[in-house]
Ligand binder design. Structure first.
Ligand code: TRP
Length: 509
């Protein structure tokens, strides 16, 4: 088994758990969760959320992990072994879709880096501020964080930060599992430690505990809305890194006899536990300083939370720095997982040299990240579409996040459930696990999950037809952008997935 060795392997079980939970815990848990929960009905979000966790998330993670340890291959090849060419196509499509997400994800991390550096500079300073690029004076700006953030966005600095963050990614995956394991052994414990510091700060503020009630007060109007369900499912896929083709690759570096049910439970609970305490920290902070959470995930990250931190009684700069450093570490341990997932798939199929594969993947993604960092102001209003980059982020996010991930999940269930026969996979997983999956698992994969995903997908897909997402933006001369982003995404990912599938062939299977 020389192939197995050269693919790389984790040095320890805990190394794998750190890597997988590092992939899972990211921007999704720290800020997207809070704003999605708020947007989709506060406490009422928990019903769709817990359904998404127990009925979809954990079973799919068992499946994606099982697929990796049983085949010992990355996602496209693993899917190929189970379901032939169509499986392989879905595998590549998942990775390409994830690459689209990685493009803007890294741009967000580049902005995070700028905010982190700014924490000890202008971000929390008390001097006067304005925003000349947008023609706005301080009275027209809701907060100093707004001024700092949009000022950064309308300069070329972020382009440099994009290169820095991609440079870190390349450095951390240069020798695959080996270097990733070394990084996550430091990053993941630090992330927990920083989060605990922030939550202690949040809940010990006078009245801090009341903010938490806000996160739990249910607004039941949302429950009957399909958008809320799709929102919860997408959030769960994103947060658990499912439908990215990543978990299968990470699991393929484990010995075949790994207990994948146990692993899935550990990683999912760590992920959701982290998300939960992040919600406590953020909502207590917002409540105390009477800030309203916003439905826009980016506004939460870059204005609302910093505006809260700015009002802390002491150590403002240190807490600001800590918050953004936490985001950066959590984000890096996620983005490296996508790079590794893609690189590993290229190595399995095209047998190229690792350094070259890393450069291809990151090179292509850097171009996308740079596009999302373009400083051009296209709408002087301080909306999410204030600059070209922000508009791109929003549009790509809409397609790849809200549709891409769950479509991959659906395709996985259908191919493995019906084409391969999920009972075979279930038996292979059971053979190495203390806990045994019953026949219920087969029906979950074959029927329940596909129906749960399809209902909101179809209903929202139809609503989408009545006006392509983003067409209601005030884009002026940029009004062609929404349609173009949609076309590039759909045509680009489908064509490339076909190219990867039909070019070259696997040695066996
Ligand atoms: N799970 C991550 C989060 O919650 C998201 C993520 C994982 C991701 N891997 C990725 C995003 C790769 C982009 C690229 O934030």
């Amino acid at each position: 088994m020389s192939g197995q060795k050269s693919r790389g392997s984790w040095r320890s079980q805990i190394g794998f758990i750190f890597a997988a939970s590092g992939s899972a815990i990211g921007l999704g848990n720290i800020v997207f969760f809070g704003s999605n929960a708020y947007r989709f009905g506060g406490g009422a979000f928990y019903l769709p959320y817990l359904t998404a966790l127990f009925v979809i998330g954990i079973p799919l993670m068992i499946m994606e992990f099982g697929l990796g340890s049983i085949t010992g291959r990355s996602f496209p090849e693993a899917m190929h072994r189970l379901a032939g060419k169509s499986g392989q196509f879905v595998g590549w499509w998942a990775l390409l879709n994830a690459a689209f997400i990685a493009m803007y994800y890294v741009t967000i991390l580049a902005w995070v880096t700028g905010m982190m550096i700014g924490s000890f500079g202008e971000l929390f300073a008390t001097s006067a501020f304005s925003l000349p690029a947008f023609g706005l004076s301080s009275e027209q700006l809701p907060s100093r964080a707004h001024a700092f953030f949009f000022d950064m966005l309308s300069s070329w600095q972020t382009v440099a930060f994009v290169f820095i963050v991609w440079g870190l990614n390349i450095y951390l995956v240069r020798r695959g599992a080996e270097t990733i394991e070394r990084a996550v052994r430091v990053f993941v414990p630090l992330m927990w430690a920083f989060m605990i510091v922030l939550i202690i700060r949040g809940v010990t503020l006078p009245n801090g505990f009341h903010g938490i009630l806000k996160l739990f007060t249910p607004d039941f109007d949302g429950i009957s809305n399909f958008q809320v369900w799709q929102g919860a499912f997408s959030q769960m896929f994103f947060s658990l890194t499912l439908g990215f083709g990543v978990m299968t690759t990470y699991a393929s570096y484990l010995p075949k006899e790994a207990d994948q049910i146990n692993n899935s439970l550990m990683v999912s609970f760590m992920n959701c536990g982290f998300e939960f305490i992040a919600g406590l920290a953020i909502f207590s902070l917002l409540f105390v300083f009477s800030l309203t959470p916003t439905a826009s995930t980016l506004s939460m990250t870059f204005f609302v939370v910093p505006a809260g931190i700015a009002q802390l009684p002491a150590l403002v700069q240190a807490f600001g720095f800590l918050f953004f450093l936490l985001l950066l570490l959590a984000g890096l341990s996620s983005s490296i997982s996508l790079v590794e997932g893609f690189v590993s798939a290229l190595l399995d199929k095209f047998r190229m040299n690792r350094a070259r594969a890393v450069l291809y993947v990151s090179g292509a993604c850097i171009l996308g990240s740079l596009a999302c960092a373009l400083p051009k102001v296209i709408d002087a209003g301080l909306n999410s579409n204030g600059t070209l980059g922000l508009t791109l982020v929003d549009l790509i996010d809409h397609w790849a996040f809200s549709y891409g991930l769950i479509i991959v999940g659906l395709a996985e269930c259908i191919l493995i459930g019906w084409v391969f026969g999920v009972s075979k996979l279930r038996e292979a997983i059971n053979a190495h696990s203390k806990f045994r999956l019953g026949v219920w698992f087969d029906w979950l994969i074959k029927l329940v999950i596909p129906i749960l995903i399809l209902l909101p997908l179809v209903s929202n897909g139809f609503a989408e037809l009545s006006g392509l997402y983003g067409s209601s933006y005030q884009l002026g001369e940029w009004s062609w952008l929404p349609v173009s982003v949609f076309s590039v995404w759909i045509i680009g990912t489908l064509t490339l997935a076909a190219v990867f599938t039909f070019k070259g062939h696997y040695l066996q299977g």
